[in-house]
Write a protein that binds this ligand. Structure first.
Ligand SMILES: *Cc1c(COP(=O)(O)O)cnc(C)c1O
Length: 395
């Protein structure tokens, strides 16, 4: 018996898998290459998981709630209490680390209606959620409009689902070319997707800018905004759900909710669109979120104050690190996220990446033409950033 390529389905040729930030095992690195949160989950999450395993061991032998209803309710509550932007959430009481604090949204972030559980879809990380969004809303008969530099998983799903792409170049200042994206979308009656704030640039559009964009985009196609990083300083588009039924917002626990290992992501949209995503889920994997992750997610939402303090610390550290680099001649794109995208004239980013790695710190370098001169550096704890500053001065 031998392997032949005729064993492989024809559709496999469309697969071009995503390459995540490296996870080397050869030594202990300070990991600033995958935009994970440097802080652990809240004490309430840790306690809840331990108690759930002890008290409800039997539940692990049973199927979990297929629709994560309690988790959806907890997410809706958290969004209403924080306005969907943790770094500006106002806190009262609680511990010094924010745990147990009462949360209320900053005036500018307040959502002018109550987010309800039927507006939420929860999945196994927002990567899975995005794949279901692609399946539910994008066809092979027209191109999907997106920036040429944005989250690099979108083109992977486009290959998987056979959706053609129209990748619109960013402007010279690295911001989205909104006019061009809209004219392309209208010419082909297409959907639009981008991350806001965008990755790997870190630049965000204001809610007003997105509103103007959705108004001018095709009304009979969904408009997808990926808010993976919005808690670190962007403006959430959740309030726009009152105006647009074609808006789909994707969010994750992996960045601002210190939960990349829990694999939780969600959509906030109109109940009608949420139902279609649920249909995709029920046609593929009825139970994408296991019992323990549901418990952990619920606890995280109930302790938003803790995550608000983490997001504020990350945002402060980001601003001070950006200042540090600018003072030393680096070009730093102003970031609203938990990473910075930076380059230095006349210096090879790849070489800098290698030297920083030799010193025990991992950052991200993309060899993609157009951004190969940049490093993407995730913001860590104060201690980690002090070490990185020391290393960057020495190279
Ligand atoms: C990290 C990231 C995701 C994926 O998040 P998971 O929930 O861990 O799958 C999605 N979109 C963007 C823009 C991201 O940066």
């Amino acid at each position: 018996m031998r392997y032949t390529s005729s064993m492989i389905s024809a559709r496999m040729k469309n697969l071009h898998p995503y390459v995540p930030g490296e996870q080397p095992k050869d030594r202990e690195y300070i990991k600033l290459n995958a935009n994970e949160n440097p802080y652990p989950p809240s004490p309430l999450v840790r306690k809840t998981v331990v108690c759930a395993a002890k008290k409800f061991a039997k539940k692990m032998g049973l199927y979990p709630d297929p629709d994560s209803n309690e988790l959806k309710t907890a997410i809706a509550d958290m969004l209403n209490k924080t306005g969907g932007v943790l770094c500006r959430t106002e806190l009262k009481g609680g511990k010094k680390n924010g745990s147990g604090a009462e949360c209320s949204p900053a005036a500018a972030d307040k959502i002018p209606f109550a987010v309800t559980p039927d507006m939420i879809y929860c999945g196994n990380g927002s990567d899975e959620v995005l794949s279901f969004v692609f399946y539910a809303f994008f066809d092979s008969d027209r191109p999907l409009i997106l920036p040429n530099f944005t989250y690099s998983f979108y083109p992977v799903y486009a290959g998987f689902y056979n959706v053609p792409l129209n990748q619109v170049p960013l402007k010279a200042d690295w911001s989205l070319d909104r006019e061009k994206m809209l004219s392309e979308a209208n010419a082909a009656e297409s959907s639009i997707i981008f991350a806001n704030p965008n990755a790997p640039t870190g630049i965000g559009l204001s809610r007003d800018e997105v509103r103007t964009m959705i108004k001018a985009a095709p009304k009979d196609r969904v408009f997808v905004v990926d808010e993976a990083y919005v808690d670190f300083g962007g403006e959430s588009c959740i309030p726009l759900l009152a105006e647009f039924t074609n808006l789909v917002i994707v969010r994750t626990f992996s960045k601002s909710l210190c939960g990349a290992g829990m694999r939780l992501g969600y959509v906030v949209s109109s109940p009608e669109l949420v139902n279609h995503i649920t249909t995709v889920k029920n046609s593929l994997n009825h139970f994408p979120i296991d019992f323990l992750s549901q418990q952990a997610g619920i606890a995280a939402c109930k302790d938003a104050g803790y995550y608000a303090v983490c997001a504020k610390k990350v945002a402060e550290e980001r601003d001070s690190f950006s200042e540090f680099l600018r003072e030393r001649g680096w070009f730093v794109i102003p970031s609203q996220t938990n990473f910075v995208f930076v380059r230095k004239e006349g210096h090879s980013a790849e070489e800098a990446y290698r030297k920083i790695k030799q010193a025990g710190i991992l950052v991200r370098h993309f060899s993609t033409p157009g951004i190969e001169e940049f490093l993407r550096i995730t913001i860590g704890t104060h201690e980690q950033m002090s070490e990185l500053k020391r290393v960057m001065e020495s190279i």
